[in-house]
Write a protein that binds this ligand. Structure first.
Ligand code: SF4
Ligand code: SF4
Length: 180
């Protein structure tokens, strides 16, 4: 008898929920609900203000990644065709999103603001290969909405506040009857 009552109670809850308005968002994301300011998902590599690929192949992101999922192949130093100045280049870059814990450390250490996270709902993937980000995929992601965080901004947030300037010592009052 108790079992039958419990079954009816469960059916009643299910029946009530059939007529409630939907509270979840279907995928792929249609952007009907505003994303939180710090929402971040996948990654992009970006170009600098001169139009060069910003990554200098320094491997800082690879070294700091706690999941060991970034592989950078440096491309050596050469002059930029855009600026004529020598700089480092990246030959190949891969990031395996399957094991990313979204700690953002790779973004924080980047001295060139070359890697950023996306503020864009992820397209569902149906295989592990789709979550393996090649250099080509990372540069294609540059067109998507990007998170506000760059290496320079995130490092700037960690700088301790500057101490207030010490007040200038007040001039001692002249003794009574003193003449200048
Ligand atoms: S956000 Fe992902 S890729 Fe970047 S350091 Fe953290 S685990 Fe590695
Ligand atoms: S993305 Fe940034 S940290 Fe990583 S290799 Fe390129 S320049 Fe260095």
């Amino acid at each position: 008898m108790m079992g039958l009552l419990a079954a009816f109670a469960a059916l009643w809850v299910s029946a009530k929920n059939l007529f409630r308005p939907m509270t979840t968002e279907p995928l792929p994301w249609k952007g009907r609900r505003e994303l939180p300011a710090r929402y971040r998902t996948s990654f992009a590599l970006v170009h600098d203000e001169h139009g060069d690929e910003a990554c200098i192949g320094c491997k800082m992101c690879e070294k700091i990644c706690p999941s060991h999922i970034i592989v950078v192949v440096p491309g050596g130093r050469a002059n930029s065709e855009k600026t004529g100045k020598p700089r480092g280049w990246c030959k190949d870059f891969t990031l395996d999103l399957n094991a990313c814990i979204h700690c953002e450390l790779c973004i924080q250490v980047c001295p060139a603001d070359a890697i950023v996270m996306l503020r864009d709902a992820d397209t569902p993937a149906f295989s592990r290969e789709e979550l393996f980000l090649t250099m080509e995929r990372l540069y294609a992601n540059e067109k998507k909405a990007q998170s506000w965080g760059t290496g320079a901004k995130l490092i700037g947030m960690q700088e301790p506040p500057k101490p207030p300037k010490p007040e200038a010592p007040k001039a001692a009052p002249a003794p009574d009857g003193a003449t200048s």
